[in-house]
Design a protein around this ligand. Structure first.
Ligand code: FE2
Length: 329
């Protein structure tokens, strides 16, 4: 256990899980160097630039992200130095770390695990977290990478027990229970704890790991910090694009943002829409197929049409019942 981890944070079930012979993902060499830099509070541009520039492809990709709609820079940048001056050293190292981790986790044995969907969801969560933080004035320079890695525990659980993981997904689909609920029933802990444990082992700052561990705490009725709240909402926004029940999820985001930040429904809809647009661009920069990510307006329209159909069929059932009752009378 790393010095970051407090014993009280690790349940006996979780400890036993990590003590078993499971294939734990470990960060690649470049990521280790960047992680080392992330651990140090004060980094000079030269320290980070030296690591990144050793990989020209990585440098080119970072510049593309810096020039993307995620940062909305007024003029395009063509060097790391220029990029850092505008987005900061912290953002630079976080983007670099995100790239090397996503790239490294392309090789996991997939079986029935949809790795593309996993990264589509995670990158959209990262973009949503960054966008939300800006909207609500949250000062957390690590929120993008926290959003990206918050569900890494899901991948670890799959790698540990692929067969049971599929069973877990089916269970979730049939029972409509939350991911955390079904994970807890099966393993005695959920992916938030696994993400926390793994990322602490990697030496990510404890503040980040704690927020990641609590990203579903609001749903579980536990207390959590503002970064964790933003991460939880970011995860819900991501599921609007990559999951089911988009209507209910967008209503949840709407009411949470109205209650916590006095954001109007129109502003929230605008925000969710911009997350979708930015995510499509960023997912491609990560060399992941963005698939058919529909615009938010289209998702909502289809959800409402579906709802109208359901209401209609409900009305038909009532009508049929009335008719049969009349015939019986
Ligand atoms: Fe999660």
């Amino acid at each position: 256990m790393s010095k970051n981890q407090k014993e009280s944070d690790v349940t006996p079930e979780l400890e036993a899980f990590f003590n078993e012979d499971i294939r734990l993902p470990s960060p690649p060499g470049v990521a280790l160097k960047i992680l080392e830099a992330v651990r140090q509070e004060e980094n000079s541009f030269e320290d980070i630039a030296k690591i990144i520039m050793a990989d020209p492809a990585l440098t080119a990709r970072i510049l593309k992200v810096a020039n993307s709609s995620l940062f909305g820079l007024p003029t395009p940048v063509d060097s790391l130095k220029q990029a850092t001056a505008l987005i900061g050293t912290n953002a630079l190292k976080n983007i670099a770390l995100s790239f090397v981790i996503v790239q490294d986790f392309q090789d996991v044995p997939q079986g029935c695990f949809d790795l593309t969907l996993f990264w589509q969801k995670s990158i959209t969560s990262a973009v949503a977290a960054e966008t939300l933080a800006e909207h609500v004035g949250l000062k957390d320079g690590d929120i993008f990478v926290s959003g990206l890695l918050q569900d890494l525990g899901v991948l670890v659980l799959y790698l540990a027990d692929p067969e049971h993981f599929v069973f877990l997904l089916d269970e979730k689909r049939v029972t409509k229970k939350s991911t955390c609920e079904v994970e807890r029933e099966k393993f005695g802990f959920d992916h938030t704890e696994v993400s926390y444990y793994l990322l602490s082992t990697w030496g990510l700052p404890d503040r980040m790991c704690q927020s990641i561990q609590r990203h579903h705490s609001e749903k579980k009725g536990e207390s959590c910090d503002e970064s964790a709240v933003v991460l939880g909402l970011a995860s819900t926004i991501s599921s609007i694009y990559h999951g089911t029940d988009s209507n209910a999820r967008s209503q949840n985001v709407q009411s949470a943002l109205a209650k916590g930040y006095e954001l109007s429904p129109e502003k929230t809809a605008e925000l969710i829409d911009s997350v979708g647009e930015k995510s499509r661009e960023i997912i491609e920069l990560f060399s992941i197929d963005p698939g058919e990510m529909k615009p938010f307006s289209q998702i909502m329209q289809e959800a409402n049409e579906e709802l109208a159909k359901l209401n209609l069929s409900y009305a038909q059932i009532v009508l049929e019942l009335k008719k049969s009752k009349q015939n019986a009378d």
